[in-house]
Write a protein that binds this ligand. Structure first.
Ligand SMILES: Cc1cc2nc3c(=O)[nH]c(=O)nc-3n(C[C@H](O)[C@H](O)[C@H](O)COP(=O)(O)OP(=O)(O)OC[C@H]3O[C@@H](n4cnc5c(N)ncnc54)[C@H](O)[C@@H]3O)c2cc1C
Length: 490
């Protein structure tokens, strides 16, 4: 079978099958490498329909791709890759409180257009100069300001999609297709179980977000959030947007060490900041910034529309409450200085990735857990104990206001002993997080790395519901297989 030749006959966009292109698409921002059979760059919905139809009739896996910045191997496949960043990257419509886009648009480009209208789409991943809206929805991405505004899932109003058989689908709270109707019929009898089995934390990208689908009303469009392209290929999305806040203030506080910093988090949250981030010295050093001597930093931002006094007042009160626990390192209330400070925080993961030395890598399996903020100290103590006992170098930073701590131990991936050790550590850390009502992934998703842990997170009954959802949407099992539902469950 010559897949590329077939694709050239059925789709208008480019088809790539040379070995260089297949190598380029064989990697993302994870440690995996899988070479696809061919890559197609659809130009419109009809191309996507024909490509999906072909994939299901020939039983060839089909995987959508945005910028390939996923951290867990989500956009990798040995089948066909559909690259949305080449042509399907347009803004379709902007109104006062929503924007409709094609999935391949880069977040920073959308930000620039929205800013001209004094609007913004709050989820702001550190990768926003590259990542696409399709990838952000499919991973349920979030960022620094998720504490104040919510993750991508909170902003999805409508989704247009192509199913595995090539048929068009549509999902919004008021209007949805027959498949979505069947989704409702499948889920409503389990509503109590669904509402009780999901973690009690503010962000979650593990499994399918059935809790959000059945939140207040029926929100079928939210089934695509965090679904990693396993249920359908999105061709457009309507997203809720907000006014940019008029007044902003930010301060950087220096604490003696990680534990004294995270123990201050619940007290800071009482003042309702829109961002509360942590950079431990392990990261500040790799960032090579001037604050690298400080034990652990917390960066706190307040914002509002009514008056600058109110915003400044919150900041002052917060500072006063923490006066004897830390020192104020920096303060800013103009946009330029605030952006500059956030840039250092946004560079954290890039700097960390540079710590790779041969096979010794900062490995990301346990990098995205979330616990309730009042459980952070206990959680951090457990991590530090594990690193100390196993003599591992590590980095820790993240969205502590949401209880979302990013941490990576440096692991020699060529050593069977160390790879086995990280698995043991993951089992230990995930068990502790789940026991505390948290999630094993707040924003980066499951991908290849964490799909095997989804059952540990939700138990058998909810994961068998996930398999039923998968069967309903993708009976041919061709849509990004082995992500979200382990291959041996198909
Ligand atoms: C340096 C760095 C920093 C990062 N910082 C953050 C952060 O702060 N917060 C955060 O949440 N994440 C972060 N990430 C992770 C990553 O950038 C996000 O998950 C991002 O949203 C992925 O977007 P992408 O366009 O690269 O998607 P890809 O990696 O290309 O794809 C991700 C998933 O989306 C699916 N997909 C893409 N398009 C479609 C479509 N049209 N239909 C259906 N499915 C689709 C793919 O199949 C895949 O499963 C970071 C990554 C890096 C490398």
């Amino acid at each position: 079978m010559n897949i590329a030749r077939d694709l050239l006959c059925i789709a208008k966009g480019e088809v790539l099958e040379d070995s260089w292109s297949r190598q380029v698409y064989s990697v993302d921002a994870s440690h995996y490498e899988i070479e696809p059979a061919a890559v197609a760059c659809p130009v419109d919905e009809h191309d996507v329909q024909r490509l999906c139809e072909y994939s299901s009739s020939k039983k060839i896996p089909i995987t959508a791709r945005g910028a390939g910045t996923g951290l867990l191997g989500q956009s990798l496949s040995y089948g066909m890759i559909l690259d949305f960043s080449k042509h399907m990257d347009k803004i379709i419509d902007i109104d006062n409180d929503y924007v409709t886009v094609q999935p391949g648009i880069v977040k920073a480009i959308l930000d620039k257009e929205l800013k001209k209208r004094n609007k913004f789409l709050p989820p702001d991943p550190a990768s926003s100069n590259y990542c696409t809206i399709g990838g952000m929805i499919a991973d349920n991405s979030s960022g620094i300001h998720t504490l104040g505004y919510g993750s991508t899932i909170s902003f999805i109003e409508e989704i247009k999609v192509v199913y595995s058989d090539g048929k068009l689908g549509f999902a919004s709270p008021s209007k949805y297709d027959n498949k979505m109707k069947k989704l409702g019929e499948l889920l409503w009898p389990h509503v109590h179980e669904i509402r009780n089995c999901y973690p009690g934390v503010s962000k979650n990208s593990c499994g399918y977000r059935l809790d959000a689908v059945l939140a207040d009303n029926f929100n079928p469009q939210k089934v695509f959030a965090a679904s990693e392209g396993t249920l359908g290929v999105m061709t457009s999305a309507k997203l809720h947007i907000l006014d940019i806040p008029t007044y902003r203030s930010l301060m950087v506080l220096g604490f003696e060490d990680l534990l004294s910093a995270v123990s201050a988090v619940p007290a800071i949250l009482k003042f309702s900041p829109i961002a509360l981030e942590m950079l431990d010295r392990t990261v500040a050093r790799s960032n090579d910034d001037k604050t690298s001597d400080t034990g652990c930093l917390l960066i706190i931002e307040f914002a509002g529309n009514s008056s600058s006094n109110k915003v400044e007042g919150c900041m002052r009160a917060c500072k006063q409450e923490l006066a004897d626990r830390c020192s104020v390192i920096e303060y800013a209330s103009d946009e330029q200085s605030i952006t500059k400070i956030w840039r250092a925080r946004k560079n954290a993961l890039n700097s960390i990735m540079k710590l790779t030395l041969g096979n010794r890598k900062p490995l990301g399996l346990i990098e995205d857990t979330v616990v309730r903020p009042d459980n952070l100290v206990e959680h951090a103590c457990n991590l530090l104990k594990i690193y100390q006992e196993n003599r591992l170098d590590y980095v820790i930073y993240g969205h502590v206001g949401d209880g979302n701590m990013h941490t990576r131990p440096l692991i020699d991936t060529a050593s069977t002993k160390e790879v086995e050790l990280i698995r043991e550590i993951a089992n230990n850390v995930f068990a502790q997080v789940i026991k505390r009502g948290g999630t094993i992934t707040g924003e980066h998703g499951d991908g290849i790395a964490r799909t095997g842990y989804i059952q540990m997170m939700y138990g058998k009954r909810i994961t068998s519901l996930f398999s039923m959802v998968k069967k309903l949407f993708d009976p041919s099992f061709t849509m990004n297989p082995c992500k979200k539902i382990p291959c041996n469950d198909l």
